[in-house]
Design a protein around this ligand. Structure first.
Ligand SMILES: [Zn+2]
Length: 249
């Protein structure tokens, strides 16, 4: 078998290996629907939890302000109550009573708002706690789904490593010039560097080859590329004809 024929057979085999690598990587990057649903549910739950935590932080900020205001009204009230004991006439008495009424009402309002906020914080904190505690349970319910996917991913990774080792071994048997050409095309042509000639046309871009070029592909004395997509061309029967002891690695 001439060198070009030998290399072409190996390049077609390499293409098959690269296709399997790409398929394994694609599968690894595409979680199955049940895993995706789980991931989405986790994200949604996490977002909800964060929303509630933000709400609690807001309420706690307001609670701090209301407590301060309540404290201020308490002092104000004490001040007017002390003043009430020192009034000397009816007019001053009426004025102090009016201040006391105002401060009492304001204090009651602040206290009511403070209790309302405290109740909300307690309720939301309990809600957060409940959601957090519910997680391990839900996670264990879905653990087999996640474990199965993790196992599949590990398997795919091992497959990729094994296939990469195989490509290295096959690549080492190809003439450096042809190997470099193949790898450049692989990069430039989105992972497909070779194309079979089927019924006189490039099977990938479907451009029909001139008879003269078809002859040259058939002769296998040089690497011929498609005039349109520039991929390395080969005939399927090349592989059949060389599928023998020579092809065994
Ligand atoms: Zn083509």
């Amino acid at each position: 078998m001439n060198n070009v024929r030998h290399d072409l057979v190996l390049l077609v085999r390499l293409q098959g290996l690269y296709d399997r690598i790409a398929a394994a990587i694609r599968e690894r990057q595409t979680p199955p629907p049940e895993v995706r649903e789980l991931q989405e549910a986790n994200l949604a739950r996490q977002a909800e939890l964060e929303g509630i935590e933000t709400q609690v932080r807001g309420l706690e900020r307001e609670l701090g302000e209301v407590r301060k205001k309540e404290e201020e009204w308490k002092l104000e009230l004490e001040h007017f109550q002390r003043q009430k004991g020192t009034v000397t006439n009816e007019r001053e008495f009426t004025a102090v009573i009016s201040e006391i009424d105002y401060a009492t009402k304001a204090l009651a309002e602040a206290a009511a708002r403070r209790r309302e906020l405290e109740d909300s914080v307690v309720a939301l904190t309990a809600d957060i706690e409940e959601r957090r505690n519910a997680r391990p349970e839900e996670e264990s319910a879905h653990r087999d789904v996640v474990d199965a996917w993790e196992a599949r991913k590990a398997e795919l990774m091992a497959t990729v490593h094994q296939l990469v080792a195989e490509t290295k071994s096959v690549e080492s048997e190809v003439a450096p010039k042809n190997r470099a050409r193949f790898l450049r095309l692989l990069e430039a042509k989105k992972g497909t560097a070779v194309a079979a000639v089927v019924d006189g046309s490039c099977s990938l871009c479907h451009f029909s080859l001139r008879p003269h070029l078809q002859q040259r592909v058939r002769r296998c004395e040089e690497i011929i590329v498609c005039e349109t997509c520039h991929r390395i061309l080969f005939l399927e029967e090349l592989l059949d004809a060389t599928a023998g002891p020579a092809e065994e690695a």
